[in-house]
Design a binder for this molecule. Structure first.
Ligand code: PRP
Length: 207
């Protein structure tokens, strides 16, 4: 049995559909009731849903052999896992955004609000820019509107949230998409089964 942590939510539904298309279907997961773990003996997989930002923790600690996590989470927390495959789902970008018309005075320390403090720190360190990081847990776009920060570093998908709040992208930090990740120890002793799953998924992924 390969234990697979799936990210709960819209992305997770697409990820499950991809696994099922690859032949790892699990009828039980479509009639969940109150159960949390879903097994398909014939496919040799056991799925469970977890909060998207927790997938990497389950995989790193070996509670899951495989999981699907966003590149944003992998870059931010740098979990000690193998990244096997870009699934091409959940495509978006990490970007710097600011109120429309924002002028960046490089002599000043830049106030940056973000959920992704490590990504933001690394990005500005590469530019040797002094920043003051303000860690927020959500609704990051509010920060520059209310003067809490000059800019934000956040995920932009359709761009609707920025547009509707008179914010605009200043720079792209990194493109993001969902990645198949594996626990390192599990990969060494179950690599046959894990490689088979990875190869089948790879055959379905849009380049
Ligand atoms: C994410 C992100 C942006 C929004 C971008 O927020 O932080 O706010 O989606 O999507 P868009 O470009 O399609 O508008 P999420 O909905 O995950 O909630 P959060 O504010 O709690 O981070």
């Amino acid at each position: 049995m390969i234990n697979i942590a799936l990210p709960k939510g819209r992305l997770g539904e697409k990820v499950l559909a991809l696994f099922e298309q690859a032949g790892f279907d699990c009828p039980a997961i479509h009639d969940p009731g109150r159960r949390l773990v879903f097994e398909s003996e014939s496919a040799g997989v056991r799925y469970f849903w977890v909060k998207p930002s927790d997938v990497a923790i389950y995989v790193e600690r070996g509670a899951a052999d495989l999981g699907v996590a966003g590149k944003d989470i992998l870059l931010e927390y740098e979990p000690d896992v193998y990244e096997l495959l870009d699934l091409g789902l959940g495509r978006c970008r990490m970007a710097v955004a600011a109120p429309r018309g924002f002028y960046d005075d490089e002599e000043r320390t830049l106030k940056v609000a973000t959920k992704f403090t490590n990504i933001a720190r690394r990005y500005y360190a590469r530019q040797s820019r002094d920043i003051d990081i303000i860690h927020l847990n959500g609704s990051i776009e509010l920060a520059p509107i209310l003067g809490l920060s000059d800019v934000i570093v956040d995920i932009v998908e359709t761009g609707a949230t920025l547009r509707e709040n008179d914010l605009a992208v200043l720079a792209e930090v990194v493109p993001i998409s969902a990645r198949l990740i594996a626990n390192k120890a599990a990969y060494s002793f179950k690599h046959g089964a894990i490689d088979m799953i990875s190869e089948k998924l790879k055959g379905l992924v849009q380049p």
